[in-house]
Ligand binder design. Structure first.
Ligand code: OMP
Length: 266
């Protein structure tokens, strides 16, 4: 089953559109063993409420080689739990380097099912990512309008809309309900969601910024299709560190966010 079909299946059968972000901050833990245990515990505790999981590569890379080993463990644990994995790497470079990134993160030993991708170097540089994702039934999420307030410095003046049109064009070649070329649109921009939904009708939208950055579930309905499919709302700190390092609080936070999204959509 493709990534797009698998998350949509979880949305329909488990009634969840929540993407649980894993951003394990080294300074929150005694040592690497503590970070590892808590991160895997949060994954297991929140999995029943999640459509997918999104490890942020920066936090794993910051730990060096042991971080990559842990990332492999997280991906393997997610698979056992039935959770599709989005690796949040925001990669992008000239073609030959983009091919290496695509091999590494979409087909290599640490690969996820999907990868976030930066289109800043030009639309042609997306090709290796699109091809690698297609070869495995994976997906990419192209940055269209990021959640941070200063995104407009670079993404304003119609840039986000141009990227959205390209995402739709790339996905149009694919079969299936949702394409393997998706888009990142911040949950912090609820006023823009209807526009981006209409520009990219068959793209899965990844909506980060729920919780810690101020995004609220109630405002996200315009990103979804009738029936509540087509988008994934993502929260990292609000789940992993919902109340210090309490795993029970992480579980409850995931349950509450899932319920809030359902209430806004069903
Ligand atoms: O691609 C992302 O997930 C992403 C895109 C974006 O526009 N904004 C954004 O915050 N993110 C990532 O989503 C996560 C947000 O974390 P929280 O604010 O703790 O939920 C971080 O790992 C960010 O790198």
């Amino acid at each position: 089953m493709t990534f797009a079909a698998a998350v949509t299946d979880r949305t329909r059968h488990l009634r969840t559109r929540l993407c649980v972000g894993l951003d394990p901050r080294a300074d929150a833990y005694r040592d690497l063993a503590h970070l590892r245990e808590h991160t895997l515990d949060v994954l297991e505790a929140t999995a029943p409420f999640a459509a997918c999981v999104k490890p942020q590569l920066a936090f794993f890379e910051a730990l060096g080689v042991p971080g990559l080993t842990l990332l492999e463990e997280v991906c393997a644990a997610a698979r056992l739990l039935g959770l599709p994995v989005i690796l949040d790497g925001k990669r992008g470079d000239i073609g030959s380097t983009a091919s290496a990134y695509a091999r590494g993160w979409l087909t290599g030993p640490h690969a996820g099912d999907a990868l976030t991708v930066n289109p800043f170097l030009g639309f042609g540089t997306l090709t290796p990512f699109v091809e690698a994702a297609r070869a495995n039934g994976g997906a990419i999420f192209v940055l269209v309008k990021t959640s941070n307030p200063d995104q407009a410095d670079v993404q304003g003046q119609g840039v986000s809309e141009r990227v959205a049109v390209e995402v739709a064009r790339l996905g149009a070649e694919e079969e299936g309900e949702y394409a393997g070329v998706g888009a990142v649109v911040g949950a912090t921009h609820p006023q823009d969601l209807a526009l981006f939904r209409s520009l990219m009708p068959r793209a899965l939208l990844l909506l980060p910024g729920l919780g810690a950055q101020g995004g609220t579930a109630a405002a996200l309905a315009p990103a979804f299709h009738p029936g509540g499919t087509g988008a994934l709302a993502s929260a990292s700190r609000a789940v992993q560190y919902a109340s210090g390092l309490s795993v029970a609080a992480s579980r409850e936070a995931a349950r509450r966010l899932r319920d809030e999204l359902n209430a806004a959509l069903e």
